[in-house]
Design a protein around this ligand. Structure first.
Ligand code: GLN
Ligand code: ZN
Length: 784
């Protein structure tokens, strides 16, 4: 027999592969970049630390890309995306593509390399990073473009074309993905020095020529489809903004002839007006919709879809980790096929899979039953293709029946349902839960007991998390040290933190949270209804990832969670010690939530569990309890029509946690942002006794709320210094900020505290900063 060389073998496999697998009408909007074991994170961080070369980083990235393309090709996906990889962020990639580098980064033209790119992302020795903000209602953060009339746009990064060619060389013709020009502008902010009134959309005719160049180059390289992500279309845009889409895509049309254009929308139902504008775009071949979040888009499609165009039907959830209910999806797809035509429907994901975990295969610690209910990105790819095959009459019966069996086991599993919890939670709906007395009367009662000075000082909860502390927790978890040793070590830490605060003369103390890894995980691990993954990471920003817990069943609290540590801490001091809890809305918003009941029901269940904890804390003599709702605003739906309902049940859930406490028990809450001008009435409606909020990076925003006449009767502690920075604020500086607040807020409701928890700081920063903070409060007390 003749010996075959490796390369003929490869060719043969590739040929066979193409011959046997007919690709179905299936599409993936985007895919996680980090890698199944966060390979990209480690490669990036090692490169940033100077421990590896740019080539090393490029190699890891190329390997990740090729394995993703291969995986999708093997699964039979027809429309495989490229350029959904990024070294940091896809919006920043677009900024690089357009050459829109802010002048302070010293770019002198030419192809943008790692230097300039990572300086924009992370800052460098002399210049801070560009601003970062949340990508719609996800926990992903993008780098905000800074644009003004002066920016000279030019084609300065060929990444999208390079990636297309890279895939092509591997035998995969991909669909290059670009952040659409209109969403790009709508996600930007005016550069420093540019008036607020500057219209970002007025730049559209300046960026379109670059887009045209890119598209032309992609066409020459062999692309037949291009995907433009325009998620802004799901926001409630006015007609002026909608017109920008019509303008942009008719402009682009000339360079697009013979190319198929897909406009992809996601994260919510698309408003009727936007749907009309979008589907009227002439040069566009396909439209992608999120059919998981909301059901109104489906009605719009049923009400009319342009003939001859492709519908990319996003039925597989890109925001969650649950296996798709394939039978139900197939029904939806068949109904849609009846409307748009047989060869015009493409099965897709609801949005990029960037927002879900990567691969279930690596979850070796999850038990089999729960695992059968889940699908991470890699599994979702298979689901998309199986649905497309079924739609074309080639249903994989075995796959579908295994899926049906898993769905049925999830529905009937006794692990999911807890009758008592279901009953208690549904009894809450429609009723209200409030403390009996109003907040100013409560504050008076509390003051009699607490006897705090005016401008009382406190901190937000955590103290520095040292290496030793992490080690102790790790070793205890791994059973390398005994419970006794662990308790001893944590107790010593708490004692140290208590003594430190007493020494600093802080008025209301915290125990420092040394026993907690993460404010949600700590509670999730002690509540039933939660499971945890080993590798279920989701990119948050740059190389940072989070690993959200999975809420799979009814939530209950088998036993007290924080009483042991809080009462121990209280016993160490005469001063009030704050009990420290994470609120139900934050636990919900930072988890993968079950999709078999409305979110509010799950939230009410968590609220009841936290309520039990609040009551137990109160019973052991804790008089001040802080219930953090760091992520309350994060869950706010994108569509205005849905916001009031969310705020109503979210705020109600918070009130449930503490509606039963005595007037003498002071309830605090904490929030990590200050741009809540639009939700201030909901925040007042939470009816906490004291709220501490982030503020130091945006004094003005926060204070303007009160300047505009909003009456705030409860205690309020706008952060007096930024804990995200190692800088130590001086006494004068802090006093100055407090004075600014006193100009709009009554002195008897003002608290003095940092912005957020101190866990990422060093003691060498925390001690002088807190000491200056207390000094500033004392200084002002003498002047009031
Ligand atoms: N109590 C928490 C802490 O201090 C609050 C953290 C947060 O708001 N993100 O760490
Ligand atoms: Zn915070």
């Amino acid at each position: 027999l003749p010996t075959t060389t490796a390369s003929t073998n490869n060719r043969l496999t590739f040929f066979r592969f193409n011959f046997l697998i007919r690709t179905m009408a299936s599409h993936i909007v985007g895919y996680p970049r980090m890698g199944p074991k966060r390979e990209l994170k480690f490669a990036l961080e090692s490169f940033w630390d100077g421990k590896s070369s740019a080539e090393d980083l490029q190699k890891v990235a190329a390997d990740l890309r090729s394995s993703i393309w291969k995986q999708m090709a093997d699964a039979g996906i027809k429309y495989i995306p490229s350029n959904t990889f990024s070294f940091y962020d896809q919006v920043l990639d677009t900024t690089a593509m357009l050459g829109a580098v802010p002048p302070r980064y010293g770019w002198n033209g030419g192809e943008i390399g790692f230097d300039v790119y990572f300086s924009m992302a992370r800052g460098n020795a002399t210049v801070p990073a560009m601003e970062m903000t949340k990508w719609f209602d996800t926990n992903y953060h993008y780098i905000v473009p800074e644009l003004g009339p002066e920016v000279k746009f030019s084609y300065a990064s060929h990444k999208v074309v390079n990636e297309f060619k890279e895939a092509e060389a591997l035998g995969v013709i991909t669909v290059p993905v670009l952040v659409g020009p209109v969403s790009y502008l709508l996600l930007s902010k005016p550069a420093k020095g540019v008036e607020k009134s500057f219209s970002l959309l007025s730049l559209i005719d300046k960026i379109l020529p670059v887009y045209k160049e890119v598209v032309t180059e992609l066409k020459v390289a062999g692309a037949t489809w291009i995907q433009f992500d325009e998620p802004s279309l799901v926001m409630d845009l006015d007609s002026h903004k909608l017109q920008a889409f019509t303008h942009a895509y008719s402009e682009l049309e000339s360079s697009l002839s013979s190319l198929n254009i897909l406009i992809e929308t996601y994260f919510a139902d698309i408003p009727a007006e936007a749907y009309k504008t979008l589907t009227a775009l002439k040069g566009v071949t396909g439209f992608g919709f999120d059919l998981v979040r909301g059901s109104k888009t489906l009605d719009l499609i049923k009400g009319g879809f342009p003939s001859g165009k492709f519908l990319f039907a996003g039925v597989v959830d890109g925001r969650n980790i649950w296996a798709n209910d394939l039978a139900t999806s197939l029904c939806t797809l068949q109904a849609l096929e009846g409307i748009v035509g047989k060869d015009k429907i493409v099965v897709s994901t609801s949005c990029s899979l960037l927002h879900t975990a990567v691969d279930l295969v690596n979850e070796t610690k999850l038990d089999k039953e729960i695992k059968s209910w889940l699908a991470f990105a890699a599994q979702k790819v298979v689901e998309v293709n199986a649905s497309a095959k079924a739609l074309s009459g080639q249903k994989d019966e075995a796959f579908f029946s295994a899926n049906a069996a898993a769905q049925a086991s999830r529905k009937s599993s006794p692990r999911v349902t807890n009758e008592a919890v279901q009953k208690a939670a549904s009894a809450l709906k429609g009723s209200d839960h409030r403390r009996a007395t109003n907040v100013s009367a409560r504050l008076d009662t509390q003051q009699k007991k607490l006897k705090l000075p005016i401008l009382p000082t406190t901190t937000i909860g955590s103290f520095p998390q040292t290496m030793e502390l992490r080690k102790v927790r790790r070793e205890y978890k791994a059973k390398k040290i005994s419970e006794e040793e662990y308790v001893k070590a944590i107790k010593e830490e708490i004692n140290k933190v208590v003594k430190l605060q007493e020494g600093l003369d802080i008025d209301v103390l915290v125990h420092g949270e040394p026993e907690r890894n993460d404010m949600v995980e700590y509670f999730g691990e002690q509540l039933s209804g939660f499971v945890f993954t080993v590798n279920g990471w989701v990119q948050s920003y740059g190389s940072r990832c989070v690993k959200p817990p999975i809420i799979y069943g009814d939530v209950s609290r088998p036993k007290a969670m924080t009483v042991f540590w809080s009462s121990m801490a209280q016993s160490m001091t005469q001063r009030p010690m704050k009990g420290m809890l994470t609120g139900p809305v934050t636990i919900l918003n930072w988890s993968f939530v079950r999709n078999d009941q409305p979110r509010y029901e799950t939230c009410y269940q968590i609220a009841l569990a936290i309520k039990d904890e609040v009551e137990d804390l109160e019973k052991t003599g804790i008089n001040v309890i802080q219930i953090d709702e760091a992520a309350l605003r994060e869950g706010l739906p994108l569509r205005k029509s849905e916001q009031a309902f969310y705020l109503e049940w979210a705020v109600h859930s918070f009130r449930i946690t503490n509606c039963s406490v005595k007037d003498t028990t002071q309830i605090h809450t904490h929030m990590c942002y200050s741009n809540f001008n639009d939700i201030i009435h909901s925040i007042i409606d939470m009816d906490a006794d004291v709220i501490t909020i982030e503020n130091s990076r945006s004094d003005e925003k926060l204070l303007s709320v009160f300047r505009e006449g909003v009456k705030y009767g409860a205690g309020i502690g706008p952060g007096v210094y930024d804990i995200h920075s190692p800088r130590i604020p001086s006494t004068e500086e802090i006093a100055d900020r407090i004075n600014k607040m006193l100009a709009v807020l009554e002195s008897n409701i003002l608290w003095v505290n940092p912005d957020c928890g101190l866990k990422t700081r060093k003691y060498s920063e925390v001690k002088p900063a807190l000491s200056n903070m207390v000094a500033a409060a004392k200084l002002l007390r003498t002047q009031l």
